[in-house]
Design a protein around this ligand. Structure first.
Ligand SMILES: Nc1ncnc2c1ncn2[C@@H]1O[C@H](COP(=O)(O)OP(=O)(O)OP(=O)(O)O)[C@@H](O)[C@H]1O
Length: 348
């Protein structure tokens, strides 16, 4: 017997009224278009896609801040579609923290407990526990303007965790942080999710961030789900051209009736006269450019037919010896057939 998913999104659709003066077609205003999805208890699930693809709208529908035009939201098998946000076992962490500037850290975190009639000792204990979870013990009396960006984000997180949601919804929570802090917070957030066992639904447009953090990823495009699967599967085996490009695998080959991709890190370059073992596919190319990036080198090559491809070479002890191919010269582009990923025929 399979257990009920924590979150079920069933044929959800949301269309916004056309903005005055906009000459968009009706289809442009469909922010979420017939989306169905199950998310398991304890899963770290990401909604990934470019700006405007509908991920925030879907998250807000889960939180209860938007009502779908059609479809249902179920949590633990209970229909939540028309339940207001404060009666759902969910909490939303916003991109820009939305802290109360005049309240201390402690009061910001305690804020939602009042609405749940949790006061006194229990409230104090829950606030202390939430501050400990996000490593902010000692910051109780500070005001938001006395905190760094990362600390503000922790307060926002503690404010959601203190309410003990079954599902934590996070809308690009790390996007205001600089790159280094963002990387640190990604790891921290993932550890926190693992230790608490709460289901996280995380919205991001950053594919690396989604890969680092998630158990599964749903890639969205123009209101629809393009692909849903474990992180490695979405990365290694994209099913559509959109997902392949979004995950940075823009090497497209045409072979007879077949159309497939091979990821840049699965390709290698050999000298034009090298003998290639029969297991590998090889094609003659011309090396266009070598881009040295320290940890790696990206080569741009051109096929005889004119197609431009990228080859990613990890910097290793072997590559220190110097490259066997050079710019402007012919070379052989090689790959193992098992790394060819077939693309589904394009939809409408
Ligand atoms: N309140 C609204 N009124 C009208 N249109 C809206 C509203 N909210 C969102 N939209 C439109 O719905 C579509 C999806 O928006 P949404 O914010 O869900 O996308 P997103 O993928 O989260 O984008 P971003 O990463 O830029 O936040 C967009 O075309 C957007 O302009």
């Amino acid at each position: 017997m399979t257990s009920t998913p924590r979150v079920q999104i069933l044929n959800v659709r949301k269309q916004f009224a056309a903005t005055a003066g906009r000459t968009s077609s009706e289809r442009d205003n469909v922010a979420v278009n017939d989306v169905s999805l199950d998310i398991a208890a304890g899963e770290f699930f990401s909604l990934l896609g470019p700006s405007g693809c509908g991920k925030t709208t879907l998250l807000r529908i889960l939180a209860g801040f938007e009502t779908p035009d059609a479809g249902k939201i179920m949590i633990d098998g209970v229909d939540m579609t028309n339940v207001p946000p404060n009666r759902r076992p969910t909490n939303l962490v916003f991109q820009h923290y939305a802290l109360f500037p005049h309240l201390s850290v402690e009061k910001n975190v305690a804020f939602g407990l009042g609405y749940q009639k949790i006061r006194g000792d229990e409230a104090r204990q829950r606030v202390a526990a939430a501050l400990e979870q996000v490593q902010l013990i000692g910051f109780e009396n500070r005001k938001p303007h006395q905190l760094s960006g990362g600390q503000k984000q922790r307060v926002a997180l503690a404010r959601a965790l203190v309410l003990r949601p079954k599902v934590l919804l996070l809308d690009e929570p790390l996007s205001a942080l600089d790159q280094k802090l963002r990387r640190e917070m990604q790891v921290e957030l993932k550890h926190l999710q693992r230790s608490l066992g709460i289901t996280f639904v995380f919205v991001t447009h950053d594919q690396e961030e989604a890969l680092v953090m998630s158990d599964r990823i749903a890639v969205m495009n123009a209101g629809r789900l393009e692909q849903v699967g474990p992180s490695a599967e979405v990365f290694e085996r994209p099913r559509t051209e959109f997902v392949a490009r979004f995950m940075g695998a823009a090497n497209f080959f045409n072979g007879g009736a077949r159309r497939f991709i091979v990821r840049p890190e699965k390709l290698s370059l050999r000298p034009a006269d090298a003998s290639v073992n029969g297991q590998l596919v090889s094609r003659p190319v011309t090396v266009v450019e070598r881009l040295y990036q320290g940890l790696s080198t990206t080569w741009t090559v051109r096929e005889a037919g004119g197609g431009v491809l990228s080859v990613y070479e990890q910097n290793s002890a072997a590559t220190q010896q110097g490259s066997l191919v050079s710019e402007g010269q012919p070379a052989l582009l090689c790959w193992d057939r098992c790394h060819e990923v077939e693309m589904e025929a394009k939809g409408e």
